[in-house]
Design a protein around this ligand. Structure first.
Ligand code: TYD
Ligand code: MG
Length: 454
């Protein structure tokens, strides 16, 4: 008898009885794949002994904080919400070659003395891994390496070694022999993650699982994967630069606002404690079309450079391009600048870019964006030591932002001499740090006049 097959959407994991070009659940095109049906029988449920669950009274539940440990990398600890949690499962996604394996192997080196680690690689041989470890200077401690793709072997190895940290590189290479479907398929990825998760909760180890990403930049595999794990980290960065940013897309044990910054060097990843310095590195002096602002990345103020280029259009309709900033927000700012700031940029092409691969999604960067565009239009530099912080409203007014003083301190620390800020600052009275002159403006027109002294 022919084995029964069903169809799955590789995007959302929705199961259907027949193939179609478009997933009826999530609307994605060309994502339906055929796979043998998985019948989960009593026997195939691991440890399928009869067991009774009991509820507890909420008053009796312990409020002890979850047990955490440091990964040895401050930047990673910060993104995880203050260290890794025992018994949790962390998914690490990122483009090929970005440094996922390097990051995880480096953690092994840092915590190998105090934790027992099992590094499972399905992508590299033990020899390849050893060569990389030597390059990173990871050679001591209780680090066990297993080159295996059969999940059941991995599980028995976990039971033998009893590690406190398990690294799976990567989930797409693992397969469960009981599931008749190819490694990397929706069913396999889902079942393997499920099994790992159950094991992690039962044995109280922390699992770091590498996940490949699809062309949209999300973790490849079923959407349910994202719901299952406790934390999802995305390792990002421009392949052409050595800077890498770690951000979290989901975190059951902390905020998702924090970022971690690293630099890839010849002997591994180095933590960057002062991202502002890195982001401002190599900034042109006295060039038109750039303005620095300070955005909050979680609890950390980070300086970002916004660049704009306004040029004569060669088309009937002006072209508008943005990178690192929300396109609609930028279009709104261009309109406000034209109508309220009196800068006639309507017939020009405008390009706006945030330097260093950073994504700015805070209204506090509005004023700097507007000033960068105006600076490019007038072809006049803003001055190397001028920064701007403020939200721009539709009537051209400059509105207050949160954490103003924290931002001003960071701006002053990096040697800026003046900063354009909102006239009204809400409850927070601005304290000018020593050496920083505050220029308080009410609206876009005032801001332009103040910096270009027309
Ligand atoms: P890798 O960790 O293998 O990426 P991933 O697992 O995300 O696919 O990183 C590979 C890249 O990093 C490769 O292009 C070489 C570079 N690299 C360094 O620059 N320095 C190093 O010390 C190491 C180990 C890798
Ligand atoms: Mg790798």
């Amino acid at each position: 008898m022919k084995a029964k097959t069903v169809f799955y959407c590789t995007e959302c994991g929705n199961e259907t009885a027949k193939w179609s070009g478009r997933c009826t659940a999530c609307g994605a095109w060309n994502t339906i794949e055929e796979a043998p049906e998985v019948k989960v029988t009593k026997a195939s449920v691991k440890g399928g002994t009869v067991r009774r669950s009991r509820p507890s009274l909420i008053a009796d539940l312990s409020t002890e904080a979850e047990a955490r440990f440091s990964t040895g990398l401050k930047e990673l600890d910060r993104v995880l919400g203050g260290g890794a949690v025992r018994g949790s499962i962390v998914l690490v996604g990122g483009a090929p070659g970005i440094g996922k394996s390097t990051l995880l192997l480096q953690i092994c080196g840092l915590i190998g003395q105090r934790e027992k680690i099992l590094y499972v690689t399905g992508e590299e041989s033990q020899r390849q891994l050893k060569m990389r470890a030597m390059r990173l200077g990871v050679d001591a401690g209780e680090i066990y390496v297993l080159a295996e793709t059969d999940l059941n072997q991995v599980i028995s190895c976990i039971e033998d070694v009893k590690p406190t940290v398990v690294i799976i590189d990567s989930i797409q290479t693992m397969y469960d022999a009981e599931v008749a479907s190819a490694p990397g398929s929706v069913t396999q990825v889902r079942e393997c993650t499920m099994t790992l998760m159950r094991q992690a909760k039962a044995d109280n180890f922390t699992a770091f699982v590498v996940g490949h990403i699809n062309k949209e930049g999300n973790i490849a595999g079923p959407k349910v994967l994202e719901h299952m794990v406790d934390c999802i980290l995305y390792f990002e960065g421009d392949r052409n630069t050595s800077y890498r940013i770690l951000r979290s897309g989901k975190n059951r044990f902390g905020s998702t606002n924090e970022i971690g910054v690293f630099e890839m060097e010849s002997n591994g990843l180095r933590e960057v404690e002062n991202p502002s310095e890195m982001l401002l590195d190599g900034r042109p002096e006295n060039a038109p079309g750039t303005c620095v602002t300070c955005v909050m990345e979680g609890t950390r103020p980070v300086l970002a450079e916004i660049q704009a280029l306004v040029s004569n259009t060669g088309y009937n309709a002006a072209r508008r391009n943005t990178n690192g900033i929300d396109h609609n927000r930028a279009m709104m700012l261009l309109a406000v600048l034209e109508k309220r700031g009196g800068v006639p940029i309507g017939g020009y092409d405008s390009y706006i870019n945030v330097v260093g691969g950073l994504t700015v999604d805070e209204p506090a960067a509005d004023l700097a964006t507007v000033l960068a565009v105006a600076s490019s239009y007038y072809d006049k530099p803003l001055g190397t030591h001028v920064a701007a912080i403020g939200e721009v409203g539709l009537s051209g007014e400059i509105r207050s932002v949160m954490n103003l003083n924290q931002r001003l301190t960071e701006t002053a620390r990096l040697g800026f001499q003046s900063c354009v800020i909102p006239y009204r600052t809400g409850k927070e009275e601005p304290n000018a740090p020593a050496g920083l002159k505050l220029i308080r403006v009410r609206n876009v027109r005032e801001a332009i006049m103040a910096v270009f002294d027309e």
